[in-house]
Write a protein that binds this ligand. Sequence first.
Ligand code: ATP
Ligand code: MG
Length: 258
Amino acid sequence: MELSGRVDVVDLHKALGGQPVLQGVSLRVEPGEAVAILGPSGCGKTVLLRHLVGLLVPDRGEVRMDGEALHRLPPRRLREVRSQVGVVFQGAALFDSLTVAENVAFPLRRHRRLPESRIQEIVAEKLNLVGMGGTQDKMPAELSGGMRKRVGIARALALDPKIVLYDEPTAGLDPVTARAVDRLMMEVRARTRTTTVLVTHDLLTAFAVADRVAVMDAGRFVMTGTREEVRASPHPLVQAFLRSSALGGVVEEATREA
Ligand SMILES: Nc1ncnc2c1ncn2[C@@H]1O[C@H](COP(=O)(O)OP(=O)(O)OP(=O)(O)O)[C@@H](O)[C@H]1O
Ligand SMILES: [Mg+2]
């Protein structure tokens, strides 16, 4: 059954290594909506994201996709649900020994039974979508950081997911490349109408891509709101993010004009 793209995170708690990591996180994401989770390093963003694909099981609370709690799904159904959730892992995480084409084809070979010609068609289509057409035979080591991110996005889109999750898509990129990846995520969303959840410590990325931003600190959301609401928030962490991004904003203006 196809997902609508609605995600509900309900009072999620998780401890790892004896330490509380998620301490009561709740969030509803509507079909087609883009939500950014903005927070400092170590606040629990990746752990939260891993719950959204059922890679971690909550200690308390649940993640629901169209009302179905992931950790209660039978393995077959979980696999089916997961195949409709595309994930761009932190650092792109390409398979270094596989070509670009084989990286993008990986989920197709795993979840679909398709003739080789159709696989190559889909690979070409997804690479074109991210501006990487013609790079099929390259190895990941031959690509720049920004190009690797693009291929990671193409791979996440291979199965035409209803939901796309991005973990720190702009981390480690120079500001100009980071803004280009922001634009790519916006384009992908506009063209595929997927639900988008992105976790980041880059406020510019959060503001560029998301309709709503949840600000996270130490395993909790300190506020959730629109860009304007975030800008107006007096919360010290929010203010610190706004100040530290002020210089990045100048770069953003410059690249927009370029
Ligand atoms: N498997 C694990 N075992 C023990 N502790 C863990 C595990 N995974 C994560 N943690 C801890 O949970 C906390 C949150 O980690 P997480 O990776 O979610 O942070 P993050 O917000 O994604 O940070 P970053 O921005 O640096 O990627 C950290 O203190 C981390 O050390
Ligand atoms: Mg992380």
